[in-house]
Design a protein around this ligand. Structure first.
Ligand code: ADP
Ligand code: MG
Length: 245
């Protein structure tokens, strides 16, 4: 795949409460440029909230976020969000727009490309995810796996330095999961910096460089996949792995 511009991203001592619910309780997460960090943990442990705080969809109550070693908390949050691409469980495509328009819209609005440039770049991204031939289709006429690949193309078209995936395959029928994971694996191997929240333990174990296990708003364990999956140190991680593996 193409070479990516990529950044080192660090969340330091991040705290976030929703009312009285202290959801993030001092989270540290570090992803080195060109590597993939997976985040695993039970439902409700704060994984989605962590991603949303790290791209400043929600402001942390405390802590810092560094991109290439520099705090981004004083920057314009819109700019940060353009540097971090995000892919959700629900693909969030515009249903009434074509696949091509879904990918090219932000290129025109945010990257201010001309119509022709946006079209060319969008087609290039669609080609990378194997869906150039669907450029004129509407999302509803694609499979869930194809829709998710369009959502990934749309995020990549912004030339992000980091990509966030929040359970990107959880809404897919089992037979469609493989294609999306294969694309994510290609991106990881191509040098994209990625933070991947996932229930796919195979991906976490085989593709990611580091694994972070969260429970109840804290990082319980973090380390290389061999360590996390073959030598869990805490009962909480042992229990989680025995439930999911
Ligand atoms: P996970 O992604 O690990 O399943 P979440 O980050 O979605 O966990 O949720 C962590 C906690 O934060 C849960 O208790 C959830 O109910 C709460 N929460 C998440 N989003 C909101 C919100 N927008 N408003 C209030 N509470 C929220
Ligand atoms: Mg979640």
């Amino acid at each position: 795949m193409t070479e990516f511009t990529s950044g080192t991203l660090t969340g330091k001592n991040l705290h976030l409460s929703f009312g009285h619910n202290h959801v993030l309780r001092g989270i540290d997460l570090h992803v080195e440029k060109g590597t993939t960090a997976s985040v695993i943990g039970p439902s409700g442990s704060g994984k989605s909230t962590l991603l949303r705080v790290m791209n400043r969809l929600i402001e942390p109550d405390q802590g810092d976020i560094l991109l290439d070693g520099r705090s981004v908390l004083k920057d314009n949050p819109d700019e940060l969000r353009q540097r971090i691409g995000m892919v959700f469980q629900q693909f969030n495509l515009f249903p009434h727009k074509t696949v091509l328009d879904n990918v090219s819209l932000a290129l025109r609005k945010l990257r201010k490309l001309s119509k022709d440039q946006a079209r060319d770049e969008a087609l290039e991204q669609l080609d990378l995810v194997g869906l150039k031939h669907k450029a004129d289709a509407r999302p509803a006429n694609l499979s869930g796996g194809q829709q998710q690949r369009v959502a990934i193309a749309r995020a990549l078209a912004m030339k992000p330095e980091v990509m966030f995936f929040d359970e990107a395959t959880s809404a897919l029928d089992p037979e469609l999961v493989k294609g999306v994971l294969a694309l994510m694996t290609d991106l990881a191997k191509g040098g994209m910096t990625m933070v991947v929240v996932t229930h796919e333990m195979g991906f976490s174990r085989n593709v990611s460089d580091t694994v972070t296990f969260m429970d109840a708003g804290v990082v319980v364990e973090s380390g290389p996949p061999e360590q996390i999956f073959t030598a869990p140190a805490t009962d909480r991680l042992k229990g989680f792995l025995s439930d999911v593996l």
